[in-house]
Write a protein that binds this ligand. Structure first.
Ligand code: ZN
Length: 454
């Protein structure tokens, strides 16, 4: 057993049951926040270590990377106003309650979502927060504070809505902000929290919510701001056929043409969902290096459609995975998302075309590429020591033969240990620094109080 390694400690995770890395059957050596050595089967580290952790019971994955979520929606899961609806009616129903979001509830929702993600083996959590009702102007600050407290890596995208019903958009006016306020706050949070160095624990991206709720000016100026601050751009695009119709009616163009016009066809951009693209649009997105976050669970729940993952990857687009907001999932479990990705993509492409390794690659390396990160998402010397360790001790794994395949096919959903930047953040299936019982109690109490319908 071992505790939290200090910065100078050399820790050997010895001879895991299985590991998602080449030539690392003997395990890996972690020093400080990084992986410094892969050890071949039967081998020893090249120089002495301070601590050894026997990983014989563990299947070791690179920490999963979540590239799309809306943490606040954990407060409105399985909401009677919204269940059994497709996206647009689902959104309109929830807009009527989301304006009640308070800073206290948002902090708990953030803590709960980070914790759920960590427990599922996620070490980098992306969130797309676009709701800034009066009093919640410091939402990004809250998310950065909570990430630091839990020790999870975070990519927080400053979302926004500026086109209300009055101007042809979808949300009510009370949930929107004006473009100048949004841009000013975007610059503020970039200055305060955005770290461009390798190994960054907190990064900021800019994320106008979608074509149906922001102005084109906001899209254009966000792209310019992202260029100046070297940050990523993120938005929802190509999620539903309703969005296609909306864009054609309001702008006389399809969503990808819209993206081109506002200057977002760049390698800085990654899109949530990316379902309804033509073959020609996929080629254009791939050429530009635009990434796509595949959200299989949400896409099946809202019956939005199937992202053309294989064609997008072949065209050159990074493809990652995301759980999406917890009102359309309704969970924050990224390992469950990996399993869903495998299943829905097999249904589309065939059982031999998509393997458990593809689904795991989307959730790790693919997601990291969407975020523009080469320091995470892989188990390799020089990468950050972000790791998820699973045991196969539950009944669901009994009789399984290939340990890596078993994680996905038998439905692993909870990591036994999680390491972020060389530090254990989950031990024996429990998050350090978060009391899950109390958290659940307080979060569910506020969810009922603010958003309950009875
Ligand atoms: Zn979303």
């Amino acid at each position: 057993m071992t505790g939290t390694p200090s910065v100078s400690t050399r820790l050997w995770l010895r001879a895991p049951l299985a590991i998602l890395a080449e030539d690392a059957g003997g395990g890996i050596v972690v020093e400080g926040s990084r992986i410094v050595e892969l050890v071949a089967s039967g081998g020893q580290p090249s120089s002495p270590v301070d601590e050894t952790f026997d990983a014989a019971r563990h299947v070791v994955l690179p920490g999963l990377v979540n590239t799309h979520h809306h943490f606040f929606q954990t407060l409105t899961r399985a909401h009677p106003l919204a269940i059994n609806k497709p996206l647009f009616p689902w959104l309109k129903a929830l807009y009527t309650v989301w304006d009640k979001l308070t800073p206290e509830a948002f902090r708990l929702a953030t803590r709960l979502a980070y914790t759920e993600l960590l427990l599922s083996g996620c070490t980098t959590a992306g969130d797309h927060h676009y709701l800034f009702p009066k009093g919640l102007e410091q939402a990004v600050d809250i998310q950065a504070e909570e990430a630091r407290a839990l020790g999870i890596r975070a990519v927080i995208t400053r979302g926004s809505m500026s086109l209300s019903e009055r101007d042809g958009g979808l949300p009510p006016e009370c949930l929107t902000q004006d473009d100048d306020t949004i841009l000013e706050d975007s610059e503020r949070v970039l200055r305060l929290f955005h770290d461009t160095a390798p190994g960054a624990m907190v990064q900021i991206g800019l994320a106008p919510c979608s074509p149906f709720n922001v102005t084109k000016r906001l899209m254009r100026e966000s792209a310019a701001l992202a260029e100046r601050h070297d940050c990523r751009l993120h938005t929802h695009l190509g999620e539903t056929l309703d969005e296609d119709r909306y864009c054609l009616e309001l702008f006389g163009q399809r969503p990808v043409e819209y993206l081109e016009e506002v200057g977002w066809m760049t390698g800085r951009t990654w899109l949530a969902h990316g379902i309804h693209f033509t073959t020609d649009e996929i080629a254009r997105l791939g050429r530009a290096g635009v990434g796509v976050c595949h959200c299989p669970t949400s896409n099946m729940t809202l019956a939005s459609g199937q992202c053309r993952t294989c064609e997008l990857e072949a065209a050159g687009s990074p493809v990652g995975l995301g759980v999406d907001g917890s009102a359309s999932n309704d969970s924050s479990n990224l390992m469950e998302g990996v399993r869903h990705a495998l299943m829905i993509n097999r249904l589309t492409y065939g059982a031999e075309a998509v393997s458990h390794r593809d689904a795991l690659r989307w959730a790790t390396e693919g997601s990291a590429r969407c975020l523009g990160r080469s320091d995470i998402g892989r188990i390799a010397a020089g990468c950050e020591a972000d790791l998820a360790l699973f045991t196969l001790d539950e009944l669901r794994f009994s009789g399984a033969h290939d340990p890596l395949a078993a994680l996905v096919l038998c439905g692993a959903h909870r990591a036994d240990r999680v390491m972020v930047a060389g530090r254990w953040r989950v031990l024996d299936g429990r998050p350090l620094g978060s009391e899950t019982g109390r958290l659940r109690e307080e979060h569910s109490r506020l969810a009922r109080h603010l958003f309950g319908t009875v």
